[in-house]
Ligand binder design. Structure first.
Ligand code: TEU
Ligand code: CA
Length: 565
């Protein structure tokens, strides 16, 4: 029996930017509630909600100050419940973002913990004395600077993998584990259907606090990265990053911890855990750790060529233990917008369409990100005062300091590097502020002005050939063809760099998928099938069966069913 989350297509909502219900320029639950029918109509099955908890917003909500309530600017627990109920009534599911590694420094636990060395919650975080006025070791924070922050009041250092306002919890303390498992139970009791586990690999650090010996600091690594041109140079940067942070992620103990969490989840029927990691070891034995981890390697390219996709699948699928389930995505709130990342500047929308076809027909549960269905692009911020992601500010500062870059160039580089570009408000119509919030109100992040060029929901709903309708259409094709959900993946024509051909084989149906990932006409020879494949979807409106020589147009997509007649 297939589980709901194996059949579902997930849609990530970034609550601050989705829909503003009360007109204050900030997305909220009433806004999301007003879009329930929209989500249903689009045809997604489940929502992953980015953090909706109270937060000082140092990291846009990934710094939680209260795990069991709702950020006041988003509404109340009642609003939350109304949203959840509205989803369930429409047959949709909801998973929440569970941030395990750290809290906000404004969380009462941390306020207590930092208040004195003998506070009962002192050990809930990672405190060390250091030596001779120096931090305990030479670890960095992945968001810049030392991983250790000196606390003048108690004269010790605390550890933070992310910003200093995000102190790491001490997961070796059993009270911490119980406290967070209770948080999970709180939401599961309310009826949520599972969790996306934030930065799951960063939970433990090396307990000996061993110094790293990468021999390079983060400034120099940034310079190296900026100057990398050839793939080998990029690989070197990734290797150095690994070397710098090797004692700070994916440490022993993780798998025991995941098993513990899985048991908590198992107290409830049919809930799901998705890890923000691409490490397949988090599947455990296939049924005792996470239900899914993301196939991030698939998206680490500027072009989803046939070659790239096939290599990714062959390296990955067979290594997922029996019982584990694949999970694919091409964009989220940390990445670039699909339209900007994968476009070539000429065929951007064609490319996005092929990419979606690939995402929805590969084996595994697909995750979409709000706004990609209308082809939202990276929002360019020119004024650093508008940045809301501290990583944008960090790039801005580094560009000026390390490259002597003039302010405006530094800002444009920072806008491209930071994460604000993907988090700009959803564009609902061709109206002031893209219809996200009322005219005259300043949205929390500027709205991308391309809503005036058709990148908005209302305009695309009215046009049958829009990207939005393409999304809706392909989502329904996926739903109607069980092989696309449950079928095994079987690559074909494996020598072709540009034409992706594969079968999905199940007990009830076989499908054949053909995607031309390049901008040229191509002729391919369809192998002989006992039953000639019948077209169930064609990007060009083709009908009937296919066989023999097939002339493919640029970026053409064909999905077929091998019918028993
Ligand atoms: O991201 C974890 C993570 O690995 C990030 O360092 C990611 O690589 C970075 O954002 C890319 O620029 C999660 C969340 O998705 C992210 O938004 C949070 O900032 C982070 O955890 C800390 O909670
Ligand atoms: Ca609002």
């Amino acid at each position: 029996m297939m589980k709901w989350w194996q059949k579902a297509v997930f849609y990530q909502i970034y609550p601050r930017s989705f829909s503003d219900g009360n007109g204050d320029g900030i997305g909220d639950f009433q806004g999301m509630i007003s879009k329930l029918d929209y989500l249903d109509d689009l045809g997604v099955d489940a929502i992953w909600l980015s953090p909706h908890y109270p937060s000082p917003l140092r990291d846009c909500g990934y710094d939680i100050s209260d795990y069991c309530s709702v950020a006041p600017e988003y509404g109340t627990l009642d609003d939350f419940y109304e949203f959840l109920d509205g989803l369930h009534k429409r047959g949709m599911y909801l998973i929440l973002d569970l941030v395990l590694n750290h809290t906000s420094d404004q969380h009462p636990w941390f306020i207590e913990s930092r208040s004195s060395r003998d506070n009962p919650k002192r050990d809930w975080y990672i405190w060390h004395a250091g030596e001779n006025g120096m931090p305990p070791n030479n670890w960095f924070s992945t968001f810049g600077g030392s991983a250790w922050e000196f606390d003048p009041q108690t004269k010790e250092y605390y550890y933070h993998f992310f910003f200093k306002e995000q102190p790491d919890l001490n997961w070796r303390n059993s009270q911490v584990r119980e406290a967070i498992w209770d948080v999970a139970r709180f939401w599961l009791d309310l009826g949520v259907d599972g969790f996306r586990l934030d930065a799951v690999g960063t939970i433990y650090e090396d307990s000996l606090l061993s110094d790293q010996h990468a021999g390079i600091n983060l400034d120099d690594l940034y310079v190296l990265e900026r100057n990398s041109k050839i793939p080998q140079e990029h690989t070197r940067v990734v290797e150095l990053w690994e070397e710098i942070f090797k004692y700070q992620h994916d440490q022993p103990g993780m798998h025991e911890l995941m098993r513990e969490l899985r048991e908590v989840i198992n107290e409830y029927p049919d809930r799901v855990l998705v890890g923000e990691t691409d490490d397949l070891s988090y599947y455990g034995n296939g049924s005792d750790e996470l239900h899914m981890v993301f196939n991030f390697p698939l998206m680490r390219t500027r072009r989803l060529s046939a070659d790239w996709v096939r290599t990714n699948q062959s390296e990955r699928l067979e290594r997922i233990p029996k019982g584990g389930w694949a999970c694919n995505t091409l964009g989220n709130h940390d990445s670039a917008r699909m339209m900007s990342e994968y476009g070539d500047g000429i065929h951007d929308e064609c490319i996005v369409r092929v990419n979606l076809a690939i995402l929805l027909t590969l084996k595994g549960t697909p995750f979409l990100f709000n706004g990609e269905e209308i082809g939202m692009t990276n929002a360019v911020l020119t004024n650093p005062d508008e940045f809301r992601d501290p990583l944008s500010l960090r790039t801005y500062e580094m560009e000026m300091r390390l490259f002597n870059c003039p302010g405006d160039e530094a800002a444009s580089c920072a806008s491209g590097n930071g994460r604000d570009k993907t988090r700009s408000p959803m564009q609902w119509k061709n109206a002031p502020n893209g219809g996200f919030c009322p005219q005259g109100i300043k949205p929390w992040l500027p709205v991308n002005q391309d809503y005036q060029q058709g990148v908005n929901v209302e305009t695309q709903l009215a046009n049958d050939s829009s990207l939005w309708h393409y999304y809706k259409n392909l989502l329904s094709i996926r739903r109607e063809n069980p092989a696309l959900v449950e079928g095994e993946y079987q690559p074909m024509m494996e020598d072709d760099q540009d034409i992706l051909v594969f079968r999905r084989i199940s007990t009830v149906q076989n499908c054949l998928v053909i995607c031309n990932t390049c901008s040229e006409n191509r002729i391919i020879k369809i192998p002989h099938f006992k039953h000639p494949p019948r077209i169930v979807y064609s990007s060009l409106g083709r009908e009937g069966t296919i066989g023999g020589d097939l002339r493919l147009k640029p970026f053409e997509v064909l999905i077929m069913e091998e019918v028993n007649i």
